[in-house]
Ligand binder design. Structure first.
Ligand code: FAD
Length: 460
């Protein structure tokens, strides 16, 4: 099959690496023949998880057929390159929804399994892998196996969250959840500081099926951690206005494109500070429940296509970590203090509560609180391979805080964690490695992220 050498990056546009890409047209063309290969879905992971510098990257976007949809039972089976957007278009009009969804629908089923993605309902429903009924996996020796929680279970839980390093996921069967309407019933609760925000997130009276908090990352002093808890559920029929048009509401929204790379100064402490103050006032006022479309509720950023260009051509890094329950407040406060002291504004800062840790050996979530930050790269020095423009030094400090509080960093967002920190954060790595060595003894499935973090050996 033809290959092409092109520069490739993740959603953060850092790093950019030259990769040898191949685009299979059909399921039968998916193969593991190269000496080093990694599958790529929609490239919505932020760093280097779906990159393989100077080596093979398999683009799975065309292997995206919907194979089966049982409308009675709410089960969908599709090729792993299918996106959540494609699945939603089919299932929502029939009264079903995804059991777990990340903050963008432009991700593939394979990417959701490989990163074991979480949504705003993790504290109730766990992560994506908890709802997967089975997958087809193409192994290093070319054989295809079916894995599920009941069949080849060890390999299944090594692949859920395994970042594509156990094989190529070819198909996914997923259990859906029933919905009565495509609308969401949403309510906002403003919090003047971090303490209040934690109280909101812990308060059963405010909690809902989906809960997430936006944080003003520039607020400091007594206002440190001020934000808005946003709670919601799929609206029941009796919550809808009379004459509600279900068919119209099920139609997905259209997105606008960012036409060029924004200059770096557009996202400055000044502009972000002004935006945050306005957003806090406007959204904090929505204390009464209101109806919203599922698109703007789950996927607000999808409304602006290529929004990553807002950060300019140097790109940005997303830092997402989780701190276990016992130390969550202290840990998150220390992270926000470090961030606000650095005067490096994060355009987006999101806090979510996680439920119990799942069964994926390298899965990210653990019972606690997760914080996600978007941090622009300011200097060319970093891109030229110099240690950095101060950003990586800041992120190293954040790693220390996370480690001190028993937490971990999310690999699907990562572009710069050290191998040593990875080992300390993912204690089930040695269990995972045994399974990896058994199915891929030559470490054929590898990626730039895997080599950087010395996952699966560092031999190729
Ligand atoms: C705006 C935005 C919001 C997001 N919100 C969330 C969120 O709320 N929660 C969350 O958990 N994540 C979130 N993410 C991250 C995203 O959901 C994950 O990175 C997801 O893995 C991306 O899927 P993808 O198809 O783009 O995969 P890629 O980025 O292409 O790949 C990601 C990983 O999956 C592997 N992979 C992909 N396809 C296959 C396959 N067929 N077989 C084997 N391995 C495969 C790759 O090798 C790689 O390791 C968000 C990302 C964006 C851009």
């Amino acid at each position: 099959m033809a290959t092409l050498v092109i520069p490739l990056s993740g959603w953060g546009r850092y790093p950019v690496q030259s990769c040898e890409v191949e685009r299979p047209e059909r399921y039968a063309d998916l193969h593991s023949e190269a000496a080093s290969v990694i599958a790529r879905g929609q490239g919505r992971s932020y760093g280097d998880a779906a990159l393989n510098e100077n080596r093979r990257v398999l683009l799975t976007g065309r292997v995206n057929r919907l194979l089966e949809f049982d409308v009675e039972k709410g089960v969908v089976r599709a090729e792993a390159g299918a996106t959540l957007a494609e699945i939603l278009e089919v299932i929502v009009p029939k009264g079903w929804f995804l059991p777990v969804t990340p903050g963008t629908k432009f991700v593939s089923l394979g990417g959701c399994v490989a990163a074991d993605v979480h949504g705003k309902n993790h504290h109730h429903d766990g992560s994506f892998g908890d709802h997967v009924l089975g997958i087809d996996l193409i192994l290093a020796d070319g054989s295809r196996v079916t894995c599920s929680p009941a069949e080849n279970a060890e390999l299944f839980w090594a692949t859920v969250g395994g970042m594509g390093l156990t094989g190529i996921i070819g198909e996914v069967a997923l259990k859906l959840i029933p919905i009565q309407s495509p609308r969401m019933m949403v309510q906002h609760h403003a919090a003047a500081n971090l303490e209040q925000l934690f109280q909101h997130l812990q308060n059963p009276a405010l909690d809902d099926s989906y809960t997430v908090a936006w944080i003003d990352s520039l607020a400091s002093g007594l206002q440190l951690g001020r934000g808005i808890a946003m709670c919601g559920h799929h609206a029941a029929v009796q919550e809808l206005p009379a004459g509600f048009d279900h068919a119209l509401a099920a139609k997905p929204g259209r997105s606008r494109q960012v036409p060029f790379d924004f200059p770096a100064w557009v996202l400055s402490p000044l502009s972000i500070g002004a935006f945050n103050a306005l957003y806090y006032r406007r959204e904090g006022k929505k204390q009464q429940p209101f109806l919203a479309g599922y698109d703007p509720y789950f996927y607000p950023l999808d409304a602006i296509g290529q929004w990553n260009r807002l950060y300019g051509k140097r790109g940005f890094v997303q830092y997402q970590c989780v701190i276990p329950d016992n130390f969550a407040f202290d840990g998150i406060r220390a992270l926000l203090q470090e961030l606000s002291g650095s005067r490096r504004p994060s355009f987006l800062a999101v806090l979510k509560r996680f439920g119990a840790q799942g069964r994926g050996l390298l899965s990210f979530p653990m019972a606690g609180y997760t914080l996600a930050l978007d941090l622009p790269i300011r200097s060319e020095k970093l891109l030229a391979g110099h240690p950095d423009d101060g950003l990586f030094a800041l992120l190293d400090k954040l790693d220390e805080i996370v480690l001190r509080h028993g937490g971990r960093v999310y690999l699907a967002k990562d572009a710069r964690l050290s191998a040593e920190s990875f080992r300390a954060m993912y204690p089930r790595y040695s269990e995972w490695l045994k399974i990896k060595n058994a199915v891929d003894p030559q470490n054929r499935f590898s990626s730039s992220l895997a080599r950087r973090l010395e996952i699966g050996g560092n031999t190729i």
